[in-house]
Design a protein around this ligand. Sequence first.
Ligand code: KG4
Ligand code: ZN
Length: 383
Amino acid sequence: MSGFPGVMGTGMARILGIESSCDETAAAVVVDGCEVLSNIVASQVDIHHKYGGVVPELASREHLRQIVPVVREALEQAGLKLADLDAVAVTRGPGLIGSLLVGLTYGKVLAMALGKPLVPVNHLEGHVYAVLLEAHAAGRAAKMPAVCLVVSGGHTVLYFAEAQRVNGDAHALHLTYRRLGQTRDDAAGEAYDKVAKLLALGYPGGPVIDPLAAHGDPDGVRFGPARMKGNALDFSFSGIKTAVLYYLRAHPELQPEVETRQAALTRGERKAEQLRPLCSKTTLDLLASFQKTVVGELVGRTFAAAEGTGARTVLVSGGVAANRQLRQTFEEEARHLGIEVFFPSRQLSTDNAAMIAAAAYPKLLAGERADIQLNAEANLPLA
Ligand code: KG4
Ligand code: ZN
C-alpha cells in the first residue's frame, strides 16, 4: 500500500464526500475520516411523498438541481474553498443509476479540474463507516472483527468485517467483508414503506410507523416468523407486508380511517402526531405487531451471525437503524450476551455524505484512486 504524501505531510486529509444514490442529494467535508466539518443533506421526500415511493426520473432531475448548491453549502459551512480540499469521494453504487450518475459525474469533474484524487465508495460501505466515524469521534473504538447489519430502504444485509490499519493509523481502518446473509425479497425499510402505503401513513414509512407503534400492543396481531430454507441468516420481509394486506382485507371496518388519513396526507398533514388521532387502536396494534416482528427478525439473525462467527462487536447502520425499538432491543440483548453494539446517530443513519467521506479516508491513505473512466454501478456488490 502506498501512502499519500500530501496527506501524510500535513497530517490532515480534508475530504469532500458526495452522495446521490437514491433520493437524497448530500455533500459533506470530513477531516481524517472522523471530524465532520459539514454535512448537508437535501431530501427529496416532498417530491416523492405523493407517489408513496421514489420515482427514479424525478430523483435524477432533482439531483441535477441540487448538486451544485449542496456542495457549495458543504464547503461554506466547513469554511473551506475548493482548493483547500485534499480529495473528492463519490458514491459509485449501488443505487438508482440516473441518481448515481449525477453525483459521480459532478465529483469526477470536480476532482479532475482541481487535480485532486478521486476516491470511489460503495454506498453500503458508507453506511458501515457512519458507525465507525461516530465511534472514533466519541473515543469509543469498535473492536474488530464485527458483524455489520446494513438495513435500509434498499438493502438488508449481514456482513462479517475484518479490519486492518492503514499506515498504522487507528482512524484509518481498511475493512474486508464476507457476506453472511441478505434479504431474498424486500428490504426491511421497503416493508415499512409498503405497509405505510397500505395504511395511508405517507412516505417514507419508517419515521412515522416508529413513533406510532409505541402506542400499540405489540402482541395485538400475530405474525408468524419468516421461515427460511437454506441460509438461516437470510431475511424475508415480503411475507409480513402481504400479511398486513390480508389483515386489512379481513377488517373492512378499517377502510374509512385509511381514507381519512389519505385526505390528511393530501392536505400535507404527514407528521406522526397529526396522524395518530386518525389511527384506531386496531391500527396502532397492527403497527406495533408489525414492528415487533421486523425488529425480532433483524436482531435475532444479527446475533445468530455474531454467535456463528465469534464476533463480539455488532455495527448496525442504514435508515432503519434510526428505529427506536430496534436500538433498544439490540442494546438489551447485547447486554445479556456481552456483545458491544454500535449505531450511528439518527442523523447519520439515513443517507448522507459524511459517511462517504469517512469511508474514503483509509482508501485515500492506501492509494486507491479512480480516473475519468469511473462509472456508476447500480448493483455494485460489497463482498
Ligand atoms: O439509508 P436510507 O436513508 O436510504 C436507503 O439507502 O435506502 O434508508 C431509508 C429507509 C426508508 O425505507 C425508511 O422508511 C427507513 O429507512 N427508515 C426507518 C426509520 N427511519 C427511516 N425505518 C424504521 N424506523 C425509522 N425510524
Ligand atoms: Zn442508504
